[in-house]
Design a binder for this molecule. Sequence first.
Ligand code: NAI
Length: 251
Amino acid sequence: MNLLQGKVAIVTGGASGIGKATARLFAGEGAQVVVADTNALAGQAVVDLIEQSGGQAFFQALDVRSDEDCAALVAATLERYGRLDIAFNNAGISGTPALIEAQPLAQWRQVLDVNLTGVFNCLVHQVQAMKEKGGAIINTASIMGLQGAPGAAAYAASKHGVIGLTRSAALEYAKHGIRINALCPGYVVTPMTTGPETEFDARVLDTALKRLAMRRLGEPHEQAEMVLWLASDSASYVTGAHFVVDGGATA
Ligand code: NAI
């Protein structure tokens, strides 16, 4: 299929997990894809996979905490592909689990900086590039953007923030033909949750699994399918909304 033929898409956090699956799906649907991440080795590997499958992509080093990096990402996209139609602002970290009273301020700030300010930094430059011709932006929140998470207050606060930011941005830029929505994944098998260096509390996953309607964790490509729909013209009347893909976790 060629749902995104002729479109240019940025995927932040594109080196791994949900971003990687989405970058590959976008490219498979005909988009030219910019894989942006702090992890250059893994990011270039995703580009190689896309090119081996006949798609087009390039890697751009990006730390979403840096406004300069986000400006450079959009500039590099415009220079290489001449336009920007789609952005999936997906880079994120889980942070170190801690009760609020035991959470060092530096850790709180780090999670907010990456997960929330990082999305803001990307949006600032993306909307300017899209204002003339319109576009679609999808920001990764979480089901923790809809409910509390004991031991992960910073993460939950950052993801609630992403939903508020998404709604506000959608209201500001609808008149420019830019649709802006949020994705709320449930528990997905990625390096963040189940990888060797994960900080995610395995007990949280065990407990969630027992309560999950579908009795299994999600796969990254199941999130990517929702992002593809939101990015495509099929979602032409959809903006300022959030979409839960969680196997029934919040049902
Ligand atoms: P992941 O750890 O596999 O991928 C995250 C990617 O973001 C990595 O490639 C990492 O290098 C990159 N990244 C981290 N900090 C960055 C920064 N400052 N600048 C640029 N890139 C940076 O994780 P996963 O699971 O694919 O997560 C993707 C998004 O989905 C995150 O926003 C996460 O919070 C969200 N999410 C994940 C869930 C899950 O169960 N895996 C559930 C709900 C939301």
